[in-house]
Design a protein around this ligand. Structure first.
Ligand code: FES
Length: 102
């Protein structure tokens, strides 16, 4: 599938932080799609249901206007500029390993 068909239409990239590292990802997509944008060679092969059921996409995320991180499902939550992902599920950690240099 071509990249243009996977991601919802976007005009710009927004910056988010994942485990202390900054990435530019397409606005108006779910966070899990953005993880796929960061790591297209691993996320599609992860054990993700993409449907708010498996919980394998759970992360802790702090928004710029919040004072502490809260757990969210990344397949459900839409990305926004300045999001700070402070904790990843083991499945996401595994899939993003090489991009995070951990
Ligand atoms: S991918 Fe299964 S709950 Fe999010």
């Amino acid at each position: 599938m071509a990249t243009g068909e996977i991601f919802r239409p976007y005009e710009r990239l927004v910056e988010i932080t994942v485990m202390g590292k900054n990435f530019l990802v397409p606005e108006r997509n779910s966070l899990l799609r953005c993880f796929q944008f960061i790591s297209p060679e691993t996320i599609p092969y992860g054990r993700f249901c993409w449907n708010q059921e498996c919980q394998y996409c759970r992360v802790n995320c702090q928004l710029p206007d919040e004072d502490q991180p809260k757990p969210i499902l990344s397949c459900k939550f839409m990305v926004s500029a300045g999001m700070n992902i402070t904790e990843l599920s083991p499945e996401l950690e595994f899939c993003l390993k090489s991009k995070l240099g951990t």
